[in-house]
Design a protein around this ligand. Structure first.
Ligand SMILES: CC(C)(COP(=O)(O)OP(=O)(O)OC[C@H]1O[C@@H](n2cnc3c(N)ncnc32)[C@H](O)[C@@H]1OP(=O)(O)O)[C@@H](O)C(=O)NCCC(=O)NCCS
Length: 143
């Protein structure tokens, strides 16, 4: 099945499908009030080519990941793959594609955060080379 999945850049037209996937995939860490289509269109336009989707040959989106940078470090958000496509290397392939695109614009390191209420997420990221930095706490403020 893996060979039938194409990994490519996420486009604005993919966002409706990506949002559908994210809404059902996360126990925590995804807010439909914050991550509206309007916000995500701006993010894609600010970070062209960096976010990735996984599609069947028929064009159905089965995986999605947001990726961007701030000019200094890369960031990844909201990786998800539909249940029936999990454990086939699709998450890894989307991450690899986005990191290749980050390198093209000169970004060679990055951060991401996980919500501990999403089971398996830390194990997944560890498996593909991301490590927890124990001395760092992630802070948040709305303004
Ligand atoms: C996390 C997620 C995106 C992984 O996608 P995936 O396509 O199934 O992952 P891959 O098949 O590319 O797996 C890559 C590696 O991670 C490991 N892995 C994947 N899911 C895992 C899990 N739940 N527990 C432990 N290891 C896991 C795989 O075994 C593989 O390691 P290996 O190459 O050493 O065998 C998918 O499980 C998902 O959509 N989860 C729900 C949403 C979520 O929690 N996202 C993370 C938010 S931070």
């Amino acid at each position: 099945m893996n060979d039938e999945i194409v990994i490519r850049a996420m486009k604005e037209a993919d966002l409706e499908e990506a949002l559908r996937l994210w809404k059902i995939s996360f126990n925590a860490g995804f807010s439909i009030n914050f991550d509206t289509e309007e916000v995500l269109v701006k993010y894609l336009n600010r970070n062209p080519e960096l976010s990735s989707v996984a599609c069947t040959k028929g064009g159905k989106i089965v995986g999605a990941l947001m990726c961007g940078h701030d000019g200094r470090r890369g960031s990844i958000y909201h990786i998800a793959v539909y249940d029936e496509y999990k454990n086939k290397g699709i998450g890894r392939r989307m991450e690899q594609r986005s990191l290749v695109e980050l390198k093209k614009v000169g970004i060679t390191s990055g951060f991401l955060f996980i919500n501990i209420n999403n089971p398996g997420s830390e194990e997944f990221w560890n498996s593909i080379g991301w490590t927890v930095i124990p001395e760092i706490k992630y802070l948040y403020k709305e303004f």
